[in-house]
Write a protein of this length. Structure first.
Length: 712
């Protein structure tokens, strides 16, 4: 494979020679201006008229009629050709990159002169016979070049000519005839010729200069660079879970180009400046750079105004490497030219580990602060980051946060530092659609049967190693299926389904996002599907676990179609079946009514975890766990009796423990058995259960006794 050619950049000596050449060329412009001024003064009968340029006398009209013809060339100042710019100078590169002929360079320097030397403003005002018009006009510029206004030289200043189309020269006063229109040079072009490489002020806030990742370019980056250097330079990176934006920047760096990254999200949030395509293309040519555009889905190119922007940008950047990226396929109708397309696969665990190592080393404030997490091995680092889906920029930010957290305590980076930093990279988009929960429980807080705990552990393993199994080992079937993990937690209310989802999220170092059904279900046809699409789309972009509590409300069975409502309900279920299959994230569905779920959903689930009612030993552990070690207890408190006699779920036991704690707090004494039994009685009545003497025995009348006694 041929390595793309690298553009030579000028060194300090070449820059000095280039500036000397620029001064020499501007001196030639000054000599021409002096000659024309002398000719005008020699033919002017009243050179010292203080009102010159403000009125027109009959004598002045006669002089205009007797003046030189616009169809004949003016007397040349110097018939010797202008010196050629030295190799590597900014003038030479400007002419090469913009396709300028020598006349274009002369016209550009004439228009540039007032931006370098203020004397030219007064001189041009004199020659324009209007002291308020201090810029050279088209006619004056051609006269200074020794060309007739009606000659072919005027076409070098047309809208399609390299000077104007490339953004090097602006022709203003368009309401005037062409010879009277003023020529101005944008500040960015002037600054570039004088040696300044600051970004164009018109692009600030929308464009950033990309930086190399600090790693050697891989084969894909070199192939993308080679494709961007051919034809019109348009390349499309189809992102399939990889880091297409990073690849685009690396490809331009590998080609010796400066990456100019367009902020598509910022561009789509407000009105698009009309001069953006031309200004961006000019900046890319001035820097010898390329343009990175993406993600395309954020630009919404299907909208007519966005399609015009994309088409205009591609037209202005013809010959400039323009690399677009996104998850959407390229529509040939968007632009006149079709791009070369590359598919960007997700990074392998080894690539992700190398990226983290480099990011942590780059962010380290000292030699001892970038050790891999915990035991310092590469395996520990890979284990800590295996389940996270971050691009290079998010990895860099997370590594910086983790390193600063560790540096504040003067210790190496730990796994919890990395996980907390990753969670900080999650956007707020999903938090607006679901309730965000920071996991605060772990495996020790769960009281579950051994088979259930084992299944939860296997679910965490699926989430952690899905890239290796489904990606590297190619265990994913076709049909556009995603790399997501979907599980169903089925069981009675209060058996620990939601808490288990929180524990799985904590095990993976992620946040839990609980979907609020009130924000999803809509009475209008099609709106529920749109809400779910937004949730699934946002969930695929964050490192989190998506929880659909009471999932049978939206994942119910399809029914026989009897009316339009049945047809719509079945369409909604069909959409969900497809969306769950193509999901790229981690989703947990909980239900109390497993039989109400459509069987097609069951086939698409990776795991189904049953949560049975706790046995006696588990209920005893739950009573002890829920009451906690801080609450004082009376010596006669018999939790074994409560566990053996009352078949309650974990949620009900927690409710009883809280009620009993309030009763104990009201007395100011340790918790008693009577207060616990009173709480159990109230929970039974709340659940609608029968209160039997065979279960409660002598404690049956406690609640009535407290009611008769009144508040203490």
């Amino acid at each position: 494979m041929t390595t793309p050619s690298v553009r030579a950049r000028p060194d300090a000596d070449a820059g000095t020679v280039g500036r000397d050449h620029l001064w020499e060329r501007l001196c030639r412009v000054e000599r021409r201006v002096r000659r024309v001024v002398a000719e005008r003064r020699a033919a002017d009968p009243e050179p010292d008229d203080p009102y010159r340029g403000q009125y027109l006398t009959p004598e002045a009209v006669e002089r205009i009629l007797d003046g030189p013809s616009a169809f004949l060339p003016a007397s040349p100042d110097d018939r010797r050709p202008s010196p050629q710019p030295p190799p590597g100078s900014r003038v030479e590169r400007l002419a090469a990159d913009f396709g300028l002929v020598p006349l274009d360079v002369e016209l550009l320097l004439i228009a540039l002169a007032p931006d370098v030397d203020a004397r030219f403003e007064r001189l041009y005002g004199y020659l324009n016979d209007d002291l308020l018009r201090c810029r050279p006009t088209v006619g004056l510029a051609l006269e200074l070049c020794g060309l007739p206004v009606a000659g072919a030289g005027r076409f070098r200043l047309s809208p399609s000519a390299p000077l104007v189309a490339g953004g090097l020269l602006d022709v203003t006063d368009t309401e005037r005839p062409l010879p009277s229109r003023a020529l101005t040079v944008p500040d960015r072009v002037t600054a570039h010729l004088l040696g300044d490489d600051e970004l164009d002020a018109r692009l600030c806030g929308l464009v950033t200069v990309g930086r190399a990742a600090g790693e050697a370019a891989e084969g894909t980056a070199c192939r993308v660079a080679a494709a961007a250097g051919t034809g019109g330079g348009l390349v499309h990176l189809l992102d399939r879970g990889g880091d297409a934006g990073r690849l685009a920047v690396d490809a331009l760096v590998a080609a010796g180009r400066t990456p100019l990254v367009l902020d598509v999200a910022g561009l789509a949030s407000g009105p698009v400046p009309a001069e953006l395509p031309r200004a961006l293309a000019a900046e890319a040519r001035l820097r010898g750079g390329g343009i990175v555009l993406g993600p395309l889905e954020a630009l919404e190119p299907e909208r007519p105004e966005r399609a015009r922007l994309l088409r205009g940008l591609c037209a202005a950047a013809t010959g400039i490497p323009l690399i677009a990226h996104g998850t959407r396929h390229w529509d040939p109708l968007w632009t006149a030219e079709s791009p070369v397309t590359f598919t960007v696969a997700p990074p392998t665990p080894a690539q992700r580990t190398r990226r983290w190592r480099h990011a942590l080393a780059a962010a380290s404030p000292g030699p001892d602060m970038h050790e891999p997490p915990e035991d310092g091995s590469a395996d520990a680092l890979a284990e800590a980051v295996a389940g996270y889906r971050l691009d290079a920029e998010q990895t860099r930010k997370a590594a910086a946060v983790a390193t600063r957290t560790a540096a504040a305590e003067r210790r190496p980076v730990r796994t919890e530092d990395v996980r907390a930093a990753v969670r900080a990279q999650n956007g707020a988009g999903l938090a607006r659609l679901a309730r965000r929960v920071e996991p605060a429980v772990g495996w020790d807080d769960l009281v579950l049967p051994a088979p259930t705990r084992r299944q939860l552990g296997e679910l965490a393993l699926r989430a952690r190693h899905r890239d290796q199994v489904l990606g590297q080992w190619r265990m994913r079937p076709g049909g556009g299926r995603g790399r997501g993990v979907a599980a169903l937690f089925a069981g009675e209310s209060g058996t620990g389904k939601t808490m288990s989802a929180e524990v799985v999220a904590a095990e993976l170092g992620m946040e839990l996002y609980v979907v609020d059904l009130s924000t999803v279900v809509d009475k209008y046809i099609g709106e529920t599907e749109k809400n779910l699409e937004r949730i699934f789309g946002e969930a695929s972009e964050v490192n989190g676990v998506l929880l659909f509590d009471e999932a049978d409300a939206i994942f119910g069975k399809r029914s026989q179609v009897k009316d339009a409502h049945d047809r719509h309900a079945n369409m909604e279920s069909a959409y969900l079946l497809q969306r769950v299959e193509s999901f790229e994230g981690i989703a947990v569905l909980t239900t109390n009514l497993r039989a109400d779920l459509d069987e097609a959903f069951t086939r698409r689930l990776d795991a189904i975890v049953d949560f049975p009612m706790p046995a006696t030993e588990q209920r005893l552990a739950l009573w002890d766990r829920c009451l906690g070690p801080e609450m004082p207890r009376e010596d006669g408190l018999d939790l074994e009796f409560c566990a053996r006699r009352f078949e309650l779920s974990g949620g009900s036991i927690r409710a009883c423990a809280v009620t009993a704690a309030y009763l104990a707090a009201d007395t100011g004494r340790p918790l008693t058995m009577a207060q616990v039994m009173t709480a159990v009685l109230r929970e039974y009545r709340k659940l609608g259960r029968l209160v039997l003497e065979s279960e409660f025995g002598p404690w049956l009348g406690l609640d009535e006794e407290r009611a008769e006694a009144g508040p203490s």
